[in-house]
Design a binder for this molecule. Structure first.
Ligand code: HEM
Ligand SMILES: [Ca+2]
Ligand SMILES: [Ca+2]
Length: 319
């Protein structure tokens, strides 16, 4: 019977109890690392959530983002790509710690891609967001190339159409786009991601009219037009930058969006009604976010030895 179910199972299907026999305690093991990490370095939460997003959008959710460039190799790994340079180390550290613990209890069983998916869920919950079951069974990928990143990661100055096109190409809908962008309720961005909105919006030499004047003033203080400190970061959510809540939507309705791509969601008639709904209904946001994360978490999933690997060290391919 077991054989028949295996053969008839859709190849890319994930399941909550995938490790029921081989590593039943995997969620607890990862959980002990994420809760410790959250206490020591709360930025691990936004760091890991973004890491998961950048993993799933390039080659699918397969841990390709975790690979380090081989010393002496000409081919740079994904994490070296320009769009991944600002991924914080805390996300990588979390995955590595969790992987080490999981390997010590269930050697050679759990993929790095699944550990990243579980850790991202944990941090959403630890920061005050929803808890949902993570479906597992992803294999790690054999390809990690910096050159494949640029076209697959959305940019801060993307129009809604550009964002939508990219999300659609990943099997995600307009609603998924609006809901997943709510992850910008925690975390921070560097000045370069929005500085043109502050001084010279679309070449007008004027600020973006869709920024609240008080926010504009505050952002201009942290981010001068030239010669500022490039390490400065600013919270996405001016009200609760460490709390996973639905404040993001109220903010963009109030012209407090940080990136042009965020603000666009409350300006476009296609997305504005959903922004209003999510901003006024935390439960709806939490339910929609959990579902959308499951959808994002199943992009391009690989199963089996022919397409994937189970790494021992998440930063190195198996040979
Ligand atoms: C819709 C298109 C999106 C765009 C254009 C976008 C762009 C960005 C940018 C430019 C940053 C700042 C990076 C920096 O300066 O360090 C950022 C941060 C972040 N993004 Fe997005 N993002 C998008 C969607 C998402 C999604 C779908 C998620 C997760 C579900 C996500 C989660 C995050 C988090 C948590 C941070 C904060 C990272 C930290 O503080 O370490 N983003 N995003
Ligand atoms: Ca990937
Ligand atoms: Ca918040």
């Amino acid at each position: 019977i077991a054989k028949t179910t295996n053969a008839t199972r859709k190849p890319r299907q994930l399941s909550v109890d995938y490790y029921a026999r081989t590593c039943p305690q995997v969620d607890q093991l990862v959980g002990s690392v994420t809760s410790q990490q959250f206490k020591e370095a709360p930025v691990s939460a936004p760091a890991t959530i973004r890491l998961f997003f950048h993993d799933c959008f390039v080659e699918g959710c397969d841990g390709s983002i975790l690979i380090s460039t081989k010393p002496g190799s000409k081919e740079l790994a994904e994490k070296e790509a320009e769009d991944n340079k600002d991924l914080r180390v805390e996300g990588f550290q979390t995955v590595n710690k969790a992987k080490a613990l999981v390997e010590s209890k269930c050697p050679g069983v759990v993929s790095c891609a699944d550990i990243l998916a579980i850790a991202a869920r944990d941090f959403i919950h630890l920061a005050g967001g929803p808890y949902y079951q993570v479906k597992k069974g992803r294999w790690d990928g054999r390809i990690s190339m910096a050159s494949r990143v640029g076209a697959n990661i959305p940019r801060a100055n993307f129009t809604l159409d550009q964002q939508l096109k990219l999300f659609n190409s990943k099997g995600l809908s307009l609603e998924d786009l609006v809901v997943l962008s709510g992850a910008h309720t925690i975390g921070f961005a560097h000045c370069k991601q929005f500085v043109s909105r502050l001084y010279n919006y679309k070449g007008t030499r004027q600020p973006d009219p869709a920024i609240d004047p008080r926010l504009l003033k505050a952002l201009r203080m942290s981010c001068p037009p030239f010669g500022g400190n490039t390490d400065i970061v600013t919270p996405f959510d001016v009200t609760t930058p460490f709390v996973f809540d639905h404040a993001y939507y109220g903010n963009i309705e109030a012209k407090l969006g940080l990136l042009a791509s965020d603000q666009a969601l409350s300006l476009d008639p296609r997305t504005k009604p959903l922004v209003q709904q999510l901003g006024s209904n935390k439960l709806k946001f939490f339910q929609a976010f959990s579902q959308a994360m499951e959808k994002m978490g199943s992009i391009g999933v690989k199963r089996g030895r022919r397409h994937g690997e189970k790494r021992k060290d998440c930063s190195m391919h198996m040979l």
